[in-house]
Design a protein around this ligand. Structure first.
Ligand SMILES: *Cc1c(COP(=O)(O)O)cnc(C)c1O
Length: 447
C-alpha cells in the first residue's frame, strides 16, 4: 500500500516532536533516559557466582550439617567483618529479627519500640513474639527513629528498642544506647538495609545487643532468594538463636544429630547453596560498595543543585550503605506556589517516569496505619495487644510528612555499573526542572 502525502505529513510531525530533546517525554518528547535499565539490574550474577552455586551442590545439602559448610563459612566471615563474636544465618531477615527478640526474652505483655517508617517486617517481628510494637516517629533529615520519640514511648512494659538503619543510614545509636541503658532495655538493630554501613568506625550489626540482616535478593548483600544473618557479641544470645533456628536442638560437631529439643524452636535454617552464592557476592562486596558510593554521590550532587530537591543527608561520622535513595521535594523552595507537597510528588513521579526514571513511593503509609496494626488482627482474641494495656499513642507527623513529599529510587543504583544511567537520571531531573510550570500545572490539576 502506498502512503499519500496527506498521511505522511502528520507522521513526520510526530517524529519531529519525538526528536526534540527539550520537550517533556509525557508530551511526546524524547526520553531523557535512552535505556532506563542499562547497567542497573540487581543483583549482578557473575560466572563466579554460578560456579560457586554449582560447587555447593557437591557439598552437604542438609542445612543442619556441622563442620565446614558454606553456611558456617559465611557466618565466620560476616562475624569477622562486623567485628562481632558470633553470626547465625537464618532463612530470612524477618525470622532473624524475631529470633533476636526471642533470644532476649521479649514475649507476651512486652512492648518493643520501632520506628513509624520502615518495611512491615519491623512491625511484625515483635508480634511474632506475642509482643506489641509501639511506633515512634522518625527524624526528618535522616529518616531513622527519633530518640526523643523513643523516650516519649517508654512505658513500664517496654522491653526493647528496635532501631532500623533505614535506606542504609545508621540510626542515632549513641543516643539510643544511652536511653537503653538508663531504662534497662535491649537494643536490636534492624540492619536489613544496611550491610556495610558504618557508625563511628564500627560496622552496622555491632552496635546493639543483637542485629538482624536480610539477604533477600534485592538487598545490598543478596542471596539467590531469601536469607538472613544475626550478629551478636554475646555467646548465650548466639546459642539461643542457633538452637532456635534448629527446632531447639543442639547440633554437636562430629556427632550424629540427637533429635533432642531443649527450648522453643523454629525451622529457620539457611541453605548451603544460597550461602555459597552470598559468599561469592561477598568477595566483591567492598568493590561494589565503593563504586556505588561514587556514582550515587555524583548523582545526588547534581540533584542538590535543583531548587526544592532535598537529597539524603549523611549522619556525621557514618558510612551510608545507599540501599534506597529518598528525595524530598519542597514546592515553596521550587517556586511552586499553591502546590501541596503530595501533589508536587505525584506530578514529578509521572513526569520522571515518562522520562525513564523509575521513581517510586517506598511505603505508602506509616507502619501504624497498616491494617494488621489498626485492626489488631493478630493471634485471635485481640492478642498480643490484649496482653498489654492499650494506651493512646502519639501520632507520627514527621513520618507522614516525609511520605507525603518524597519519592525513592530503589535497586537501579545498586549495580556498580549504574553510573552512566544515573547521570541520565540526573539529566532527566534537570530537564523536568526546566519545566516547573508544567509540574505546577499537573500538580494543581490533581489537588
Ligand atoms: C527486607 C527488610 C526486612 C525483612 O527481611 P526479609 O529477609 O525480607 O524477611 C526487615 N526490615 C527491613 C527494614 C527490611 O528492609
Amino acid at each position: 500500500m502506498t502512503t499519500t502525502g496527506d498521511q505522511a505529513r502528520p507522521r513526520q510531525a510526530r517524529q519531529d516532536l519525538a526528536a526534540d530533546p527539550g520537550r517533556l517525554a509525557i508530551f511526546g518528547g524524547q526520553r531523557a533516559v535512552a535505556d532506563p535499565k542499562l547497567g542497573t539490574t540487581w543483583p549482578v550474577i557473575t560466572d563466579d557466582d554460578r560456579a560457586a552455586v554449582l560447587a555447593a551442590l557437591d557439598g552437604p545439602l542438609v542445612s543442619d550439617s556441622d563442620g565446614d559448610t558454606p553456611v558456617s563459612e559465611l557466618e565466620r566471615r560476616w562475624a569477622q567483618r562486623c567485628g562481632t563474636g558470633h553470626c547465625v544465618a537464618t532463612s530470612n531477615g524477618t525470622i532473624a529479627l524475631a529470633l533476636c527478640l526471642a533470644a532476649l526474652g521479649v514475649g507476651p505483655g512486652d512492648e518493643v519500640i520501632v520506628p513509624a517508617l520502615s518495611f512491615i517486617a519491623t512491625g511484625l517481628a515483635p508480634v511474632h513474639q506475642m509482643a506489641v510494637p509501639v511506633f515512634a516517629d522518625i527524624d526528618p533529615v535522616y529518616f531513622t527513629i527519633d530518640p526523643a520519640a523513643i523516650e516519649a514511648a517508654i512505658t513500664p512494659r517496654t522491653a526493647a528498642i528496635m532501631p532500623v538503619h533505614l535506606h542504609g543510614q545508621v540510626a542515632d545509636m549513641a543516643a539510643i544506647a544511652k536511653i537503653a541503658s538508663r531504662h534497662g532495655l535491649a537494643v536490636v538493630e534492624d540492619a536489613a538495609q544496611a550491610q556495610g554501613a558504618r557508625y563511628r568506625g564500627r560496622e552496622a550489626g555491632s552496635l546493639g545487643d543483637m542485629a538482624a540482616f536480610s539477604l533477600q535478593v534485592t538487598k545490598n548483600l543478596p542471596t539467590c532468594g531469601e536469607g538472613g544473618l544475626i550478629t551478636t557479641d554475646d555467646p548465650r544470645l548466639a546459642e539461643y538463636a542457633r538452637m532456635g533456628r534448629q527446632f531447639g536442638e543442639v547440633i554437636e560437631p562430629g556427632k550424629d544429630r540427637a533429635y533432642i529439643s531443649y527450648q522453643l524452636g523454629w525451622n529457620a535454617k539457611f541453605s548451603a547453596v544460597q550461602a555459597a552464592f552470598t559468599l561469592s557476592q561477598l568477595d566483591r562486596f567492598d568493590a561494589d560498595a565503593s563504586a556505588r558510593h561514587e556514582s550515587v554521590t555524583a548523582f545526588l550532587d547534581r540533584l542538590s543543585a535543583l531548587p526544592g530537591v532535598r537529597v539524603p543527608a549523611v549522619r556525621q561520622d557514618t558510612v551510608h550503605a545507599w540501599h534506597i535513595l529518598r528525595l524530598r521535594f519542597d514546592p515553596a523552595a521550587a517556586g511552586l506556589t499553591g502546590v501541596s507537597p503530595a501533589a508536587m510528588r505525584d506530578a514529578l513521579r509521572r513526569l520522571l517516569r515518562a522520562e525513564g526514571v523509575p521513581m517510586s513511593r517506598y511505603q505508602l503509609m506509616p507502619l501504624p496505619d497498616q491494617q494488621v496494626f489498626t485492626e489488631r488482627t493478630g493471634f485471635g482474641g485481640g492478642y498480643p495487644w490484649a496482653a498489654a494495656a492499650p494506651e493512646p499513642r502519639p501520632d507520627c507527623p514527621v513520618a507522614r510528612a516525609v511520605l507525603a513529599d518524597s519519592l525513592t529510587l530503589q535497586k537501579r543504583h545498586l549495580n556498580p555499573a549504574a553510573r552512566d544511567t544515573l547521570a541520565q537520571y540526573a539529566a532527566a531531573f534537570e530537564k523536568v526542572w526546566r519545566h516547573l510550570d508544567t509540574v505546577a500545572m499537573l500538580a494543581r490539576a490533581k489537588q
